[in-house]
Design a protein around this ligand. Structure first.
Ligand code: GDP
Length: 219
């Protein structure tokens, strides 16, 4: 019983806060399929178009400024990065996609690596698919959603940069994302609005992550 579409309660939010406030270490950066670390702990992966705010979100979740590298150059992260959260969970930062200025061969290498990871990971509990709340679901995101559906990998849309929108616009962005999600078999029906800048939605996303990973509060 890991899944609750209606969101997470105060107990899970507090348990998640504690877990994410604890140790978090970079454990591996895999640039090839052969160098992916052996599966062990439950994993939650983060995917999205380059520049969507993925590194910033991983940093906001873990309360660190520089765990994941925030880049001014889109398309910078070229490997699958694994972070060990309290020896209970791996956070997995996948390479950004949809950046037009990389060569075709490089694009293919990234896609092959991300696909191999996504298809062959029994411990992967969910992919957080990041969507820029200002732009909504783009063609490259739809492609990724189709691939995740085909691979039967559970995923959830997470809206980023909501500090750039007004309250009513955020509600519209969430509703639009949820409309798209409902058309995809492997997508969670709820979209989560977040801002790494203000911290809005971060406690709720942490709670969603530990709930999805099947982690209980430790007293
Ligand atoms: P990545 O390529 O997906 O890892 O994206 P980054 O985390 O490197 O962020 C890309 C750009 O978006 C940077 O200029 C960040 O400062 C900016 N950014 C990331 N998150 C937020 C956010 O929550 N709000 C705002 N306003 N900007 C953000």
């Amino acid at each position: 019983m890991a899944d609750k579409p209606e969101g997470r309660g105060p107990a899970e939010i507090e348990a998640a806060r504690k877990l994410f406030a604890g140790p978090c270490e970079f454990v591996a950066g895999a640039a090839s399929i052969a160098s992916l670390p052996a599966a062990g702990l439950p994993e939650i992966a983060f995917a999205g178009r380059s520049n969507v705010g993925k590194s910033s979100l991983v940093n906001a979740l873990t309360g660190r400024n520089s765990l994941a590298r925030v880049s001014s150059k889109p398309g910078h992260t070229r490997q699958v990065n694994f972070f060990d959260l309290g020896n209970r969970l791996f956070l997995v930062d996948l390479p950004g996609y949809g950046f037009a200025q990389v060569s075709k061969s490089m694009k293919e290498t990234w896609q092959d690596l991300a696909s191999a990871y996504l298809r062959g990971r029994p411990t992967l509990k969910r992919v957080c698919l990041l969507i820029d709340s200002r732009h909504g679901v783009k063609e490259a995101d739809r492609e990724t959603m189709k691939n995740l559906d085909a691979a039967a990998v559970s995923y959830q849309l997470v809206l980023t940069k909501t500090d750039q929108l007004k309250e009513a616009e955020i509600a519209c962005a969430v509703a639009a994302a949820e409309t798209v999600a409902r058309k995809h078999g492997a997508a969670h029906p709820q979209a989560l609005p977040t801002s790494s800048l203000t911290g809005a939605g971060i406690p709720e996303l942490r709670a969603e992550i530990i709930g999805t990973a099947g982690l209980q509060a430790r007293s």
